[in-house]
Unconditional design. Structure first.
Length: 90
């Protein structure tokens, strides 16, 4: 989609024009009762509505505060839907 996220710089860009901050994934909460939630794979963890479950480097699930986000392979960062993570720079 033409977007690249540079986790070292903390930004996602499209060419040299659009720049937005990279989001940091946080650990998922253990299953609790909420009106709207995102259940992570395996059903043991969940994230708030409007967020995305991402696998952390620890192997546990974390919550990216973006809907339908791209989870970066470093298990620590996430980018908006349609962006690509550049973890080699970070």
């Amino acid at each position: 989609n033409g977007y690249t996220c540079d986790v070292a710089e903390g930004t996602c860009t499209k060419g040299d024009k659009t720049e937005i901050p990279v989001s940091k994934t946080i650990q998922a909460l253990k299953k609790i009762v909420q009106a709207k939630i995102v259940v992570c794979p395996g059903g043991q963890s969940e994230c708030p509505d409007g967020s995305t479950c991402c696998k952390l480097s620890s192997g546990q699930w974390g919550c990216c505060p973006l809907p339908q986000a791209v989870c970066c392979s470093d298990g620590e960062h996430c980018c908006p839907n349609g962006y690509t993570c550049d973890v080699a720079e970070g």
